[in-house]
Design a protein around this ligand. Structure first.
Ligand code: FES
Length: 199
């Protein structure tokens, strides 16, 4: 029996050449395991980078000094006379009151009823809310009206010319000056202290 001779040209199968770098060395393609390792590493780096950014964001003060939400520094010139009309600081939304007992207290200038802005009445020597008539003493204590509590206070630290300091307590009671001369009053409008009811 005659054998069939193929006329097809014989082709040689050779391995595909590996890519070469510019220096002529072979560039090895990463294995699947290596590729997954790289992905994992990149994910961890992104996660840690994101966590670090979040920590920095929380650690940095978010409000600038002198803007509402941040700290205000007032010189002694802004401190009113004892039992005098309180000083309004509109940009900080607060009042500085100097009581007849020679104490300082910083009051949040928003009514504790529904958020209107009480005004100081020179003739009646008290704060009066124009919306529903709540009234408050010079030190912010409730007098009458639908407000559920006295005016809120802001955390305050006073520095005196003798170098001593005095700060608000946890309930925001007026700070006694005790005969010392005020150098600076630092008011943190990010730290509001709510009074407990009408006291
Ligand atoms: S908002 Fe001040 S009394 Fe109502």
């Amino acid at each position: 029996m005659a054998s069939v001779v193929s006329t097809e040209p014989k082709t040689r199968v050779t391995a595909a050449p590996q890519p070469k770098s510019e220096l002529g060395t072979e560039v090895l393609a990463p294995t699947r395991r290596e590729f997954l390792y790289y992905i994992w590493g990149a994910s961890m780096a992104m996660l840690l980078g994101g966590s670090g950014a979040a920590i920095v964001w929380f650690a940095l003060p978010r409000f600038k000094e002198g803007t509402f939400g941040g700290v205000f520094n007032l010189t002694a010139a802004r401190v009113p006379q004892p039992n005098g009309a309180p000083t309004s600081i509109p940009e900080g939304r607060f009042w500085v009151s100097h009581t007849a007992n020679n104490e300082l207290v910083v009051l949040y200038g928003v009514c504790t009823h529904l958020g209107c802005l009480p005004k100081w009445s020179l003739s009646n020597h008290r704060f009066e809310c124009p919306c529903h008539g709540s009234k408050f003493e010079l030190d912010g204590l409730y007098i009458e009206g639908p407000a559920p509590r006295s005016l809120d206070r802001f955390e305050t630290t006073i520095t005196f010319t003798d170098g001593s300091t005095a700060a608000s307590n946890g309930t925001g009671d007026p700070i006694p000056l005790e005969g010392r001369t005020v150098l600076n009053v630092a008011i943190n409008t990010g730290k509001r202290i709510k009074r407990n009811g009408k006291v």
